[in-house]
Every structure is written in C-alpha cells, then in structure tokens.
Design a protein. Structure first.
Lengths: 403, 247
C-alpha cells in the first residue's frame, strides 16, 4: 500500500480511490440499470478524455478529431455485432438474407469482402485496436515529421473528422450511412441488451478504464512522460539533446487513438448502435471540453470532467434543449479562462492547501517543514511526480488527511 | 574534401537567406582538445554558424565534417548523437522540472520511444547526475524546480545537461551573458575544467573573459572570417580593431 501510494503520489491515490468508489460502488448501488447504462456510456467517452490528457495535457498537442478514432473503434465492434445480428434466419424477409439490413436497403446483394473478417470476434478486437492506431500513425507521422503543430495540427484533425463523417454518410450501403449501425443484439450468442449483460458490460468498461488510467500513469512516470513535459516546455532543447521529437509525438497520438478505439468499442456494446454523430467535429470538440473541464493534466480529473459535463448535458438538454449548446460553449470558455487546469487544478490549488491547513492545526503533526520542501512539492505537483531521490516526504504527510 | 585530423572541419560553407549570405564561403578548423572562441560584431553570423553545425539551419553549400563524417545531411538528433552538443543563447532548460530531472532527461540512454519507456534511473545514471551537478555547482539544488534558479545557475544547468551527454564537441552561445562578475569567474573555471578532454566552440563578447579562456580566437565579420589566431595577434590586427574592437 505504501509502495502504491509512493508510486502514484498521494493526491492521485485519493483521486483514484474516490473515482473507484464512485464507479464501482456508489453508482451501481444508487441508480437503476437505465441510468447506470447511461453512466457506462459516459465512461466510454472517458477513454477519449484520458487519451487527451496524455496527448494535450502532457504532450501539448491539441487534437480536435479524437471522435475519428472513437468512431473507428466503435464501428469495428459494431460491424462484428451487426454481422452476428444479420444471420439468414432473422433476415429472411430481406431480398438478400444474411447481410446487414442497411446493405439490403441499398441494393447490395453480397457481403463486401472487407466485411468478411469482421465475422470473427478476435479480428474485430484486433481491428478496433489497430485501425485507429494505424490511422493516427499515418496522420501523426506525416504531420509531426514535417513539424506541423499547434493550431495547424488541430485544423488538420478537424479535416480528418469531417472527411471520415462524409465518407461514412456517403457510403451508406457499406456503413449504414447517417443512421449508423443499429439493432446490435448479441455478442457470440450473448444478448447484450439484457439487464445482466448491461451490468457486466458496465463493469468490464470500468475495469478497462482503470487499466487505461494506470497504464497512462505508468507512462507519465517513465522517462517518456518527463520528456513529454520537457518537449512542451522547450522542444528545441529536447531535439538538441539527441531525441527525435516527432517520434514521441507520434507515439502519444497513437496511444490516445488506441484508447479512443477501446472507448468506441465499449460504446457500441453498451449503447447498441454506432453512428457518424460520434465521429465528426462537434463530438470531437465536446470530448476536448470533457478533458478541459476535468483538468487536462489529471487522468482522474478528466474522468470526473467527462461525468460532470455529461450529467450536465443530460439534465440541461432535458430541461432547456435550446440553451444547451450555449451553456456548453460558455462552460468551455469559462473553464479555459478562469481555471486552465480544470477541476483537478481547483483541487490542487484550493482543496489540498485547505486540507493541509486543517491537518496542521491538529496537535500530533510534526512541526512545519523547511522551505526547500515547499518548493519540492510545487515541482512534484506540477509534474505530477514525486521527485526521485527524496523518499517522498510529502506523500507520507498528506496521506492520513485524505485517506 | 580531404580527410583531416581536425575534430571539426568546416569548408566553403555558405548559407543565404533570400539572397543575403549570412555565412559566405567560410572555412574553419577546430583541433581536438581546443577551446575556440568566436567573436565579432552583431550580425556577423556567429550564431548562424552554430545553427549550421548543429543542423538547425540547412547549408546552401559547402561541407561540415565532424571527425571526418559529413554532418550537413543529418537530422539534428543524429548530429547530437554523433557527439556535438549545443547550448543556446538564452538559457534553455525545462523550467517546470527539477534540476535532477533536467539532468536525468539529458542522459544519453533510452533515446527512442520504447527506450524511454523502459528507461530506469540506475545507479550509474544517479552517479553521473551527482558528478555533473557537483561540476556545475548545483549539487545542493537538485530538488529545486529549475525555473526558480538564478539566471547564472540556469546557464550552468544547461551546460550540465550537455555534459550529461559527454559530447566531443561542445558549442556554447554566449554562456556568460547576464552573469555577475563572480559568476563569470566561476564559469571561466568551469569551462577550463570541462575542455580537458573535448573540443569547444564558444561565442562571447566579453574580451576579458575571452582572453582568459581562449586557446585561439576567430573573428567573424559579414559571414566571413576576418582574422584568426592567438588573442594578442587578433587584438593587434588593424582590421579587427576597425570593425569590432574599436580604437
């Protein structure tokens, strides 16, 4: 436990524990399966937000096209599910039984060859991981090797999002067009629409999300994480220290894309359909807002941000449907201007000092530490890292206050 | 071009920006173990020359050979890996990272993506960090956030980051700019120590400092070499007095 606490840093551990409590205990116990399924849907977006923390927060690369990768992952899974739902018996009223209904409506009479491998679940799983990563690699390699960055990169990702949306909608015989792929029923014969299946999928999704958070945390703690922070600060210094900066950017872009792919696949499974409305520019920007509100430097914060914005969206769009978009825009501008580090930043700046003060008033606490440690902490909190050679005295001290 | 014993052989180097020749047919040789200082008025092309050697700017013509290997076609990181380190004019350090992390990141291992993922700060890395930190006088500030260092300390830290890579050729662009008298002295001592087993090119304006550290001085003017040789000889050169040192 101490080891884990040392590895994560205390505020991280507190955040992860709180999130785990919320996701694994509070929400399943306090809501019905309809609401829980909805939360499960939000948590699939959290994969994108976690990826954006790595890409945007740590890597300093803003992508406004993460929906592309979310969609690709989602479509890979949806294609498998759709094929399973289109067996000859349940589609016998079609003019060509055995192919997905939207193909039949578009006068396609045989399953396209590139659809064939998606009959197999292992292939679909492989595809949902590899295809988004591969696309990210191609786009990233082409851009970062030419030192395209910043706003220009963001615009290119928007263009990719638009292109993919147009492609999906235009090729409706192969993709289901604007309606997407609907009526997904079973996975290897297991009905994914039942309550029990929804519970299981919710927990599978949550476990995968935590695995993603831990994996990203490990990357942040590695030299690669330090290099990403260094690159954001002084890219030239990193380059002239013998690193090929572009490779690191390509890597983190691929990583974020793969996380999106997993999120998209879990979305298809839990929600039962996939459509272009999760691919385009607007959903991509919404996903950036999730990360911004939660805090783009905090993996856990991004998940909280995702949940909060989506609860808000559900609530407000039920009550004031016309106002929602304006509220969303105001939220984004407000957060970026007033709290650039989002919820997690608020926690670091206000809640943590308050906790420290409260704790300092208790008698059993050691006397105030020397100034050096104060500065150490500021380094640690900004890099999200306990500094190596010290045995993390900060971790031990804050521990009981939040535990 | 012929092969030479020089660690760095720059021959007929030219670069032009929209017709303006910032470096004009320049030839320069640096010996092993030599500390060369380049001086010259503003706009003489001193920094551009360093940019060309380290690959930041691509040459229009000519050759740059480091240990008889052509550098002009290599990417920046490949030039660094070949053994050329470069310090920028303004201190270029990672302000948000601790001094320790600044040095650790500069250690020349795990330079690929997956190498960096697998990198562990083993004892040899820790020893090297301590060694370099002692050398640059920052052993007591290892935990400090680098942005909180004084200007002089930042300059030293950047030199330390280069020392971590143990380059055979070290290029420093105005290392004592903005330093106090005491800091200048310490820097001169530092440069004297670290040039023991490597070659160095230093750009500097402060003549007292140059006198103190230089083995040989090159004076640049309008992208060309105006004079070269020992400090006394260069100082006595009427052309140098005319364009740079003043009467």
């Amino acid at each position: 436990m101490t080891k884990l606490r040392h590895w994560l840093g205390t505020s991280d551990l507190a955040g992860i524990a709180l999130l785990a409590l919320l996701v694994f205990v509070v929400m399943p116990l306090s809501t019905d399966i309809f609401r829980l399924n909805l939360i499960g849907k939000y948590l699939t977006y959290a994969f994108v937000a976690v990826g954006l923390v790595m890409l945007w927060g740590y890597g300093g690369i803003l992508s406004l096209g993460q929906g592309v990768f979310f969609g690709l992952g989602g479509y890979c899974m949806a294609m498998f599910l759709k094929l399973e739902a289109s067996d000859p018996i349940s589609t016998k009223i079609q003019s060509t039984p055995g192919i997905p209904d939207f193909m039949d409506w578009n006068q396609i009479t045989a399953l396209p060859t590139w659809w064939e491998p998606f009959r197999h679940l292992p292939f679909a799983i492989l595809a949902l991981l590899v295809i988004p990563t591969l696309l990210a690699f191609i786009v990233g390699f082409a851009m970062f090797k030419r030192r395209v960055g910043g706003v220009y990169f963001a615009i290119i990702t928007q263009a990719v999002a638009l292109i993919l949306t147009v492609l999906i909608i235009g090729q409706q015989g192969y993709t289901g067009g604007v309606n997407g792929m609907t009526d997904l029923k079973t996975m290897l014969g297991w009905d994914i629409r039942t309550d029990s299946a929804r519970y299981i999928l919710y927990f599978v999704n949550a476990i995968l999300l935590f695995a993603a958070i831990f994996a990203c945390r490990a990357i942040q703690k590695s030299k690669l994480g330090t290099l990403m922070l260094a690159m954001r600060d002084k890219e030239d210094r990193v380059r002239f220290s013998g690193y090929d900066v572009a490779n690191f950017k390509v890597f983190v872009f691929c990583l974020a894309a793969m996380l999106c792919g997993i999120g998209g696949a879990m979305f298809s499974l839990q929600v039962g359909f996939m459509s272009p409305s999760f691919v385009g520019i607007v959903p991509s920007i919404e996903m950036v807002i999730f990360a911004a509100v939660g805090g783009r430097m905090s993996l856990v914060g991004a998940v909280f941000g995702t949940l909060l914005v989506n609860f808000g969206k559900t609530y407000f769009s039920e009550s004031f449907p016309q106002l929602w978009l304006f509220l969303m825009a105001a939220l984004f501008i407000g957060v970026v201007m007033a709290f650039p580090n989002g919820l997690a930043g608020l926690f670091e700046d206000y809640v943590k000092p308050w906790l420290l003060r409260t704790r300092a008033k208790q008698p059993d606490v050691p006397p105030a530490e020397p100034v050096v440690e104060e500065t150490t902490r500021s380094v640690a909190s900004r890099t999200g890292d306990s500094v190596e050679p010290l045995p993390a005295p900060t971790a031990g001290r804050l521990g009981p206050a939040v535990a | 071009m012929s092969n030479t014993d020089y660690v760095l052989a720059v021959e007929d180097l030219t670069v032009s920006f929209d017709g303006f020749k910032a470096i004009d047919n320049l030839t320069l040789y640096v010996d092993r173990g030599e500390l060369r200082v380049i001086i010259g008025p503003n706009g003489a092309g001193k920094t551009t020359l360093l940019d060309l050697i380290c690959g930041r700017t691509k040459a229009s013509g000519g050759s740059i050979k480091f240990k008889n290997e052509e550098m002009t076609d290599l990417a920046e990181h490949a030039i660094v890996r070949a053994g050329i380190g470069r310090k920028f004019q303004t201190p270029s350090i990672y302000e948000n990272l601790s001094v320790w992390k600044n040095l650790e990141v500069s250690f020349p291992r795990g330079r690929g993506v997956f190498g960096a993922l697998a990198f562990r700060c083993t004892d040899d890395v820790k020893d090297r960090i301590q060694e370099v930190a002692t050398e640059i006088g920052l052993a007591g500030q290892l935990e400090l956030e680098a942005g909180l260092l004084s200007h002089g300390q930042k300059q030293w830290l950047e030199i330390g980051m280069l020392l971590m890579q143990d380059p055979e050729l070290l290029m420093l662009d105005e290392p004592i700019a903005g330093m106090s008298v005491r800091e200048r002295e310490l820097t001169a001592e530092l440069l004297g120590r670290i040039c023991q087993n490597r070659s160095m090119i230093v750009i500097e304006h402060d003549m007292d400092f140059v006198k103190r550290i230089a083995h040989k001085v090159t004076v640049m003017h309008q992208g060309k070499i105006l004079a070269e040789g020992a400090m006394e000889k260069v100082q006595a050169d009427p052309r140098v007095i005319d364009v740079y040192l003043g009467h």
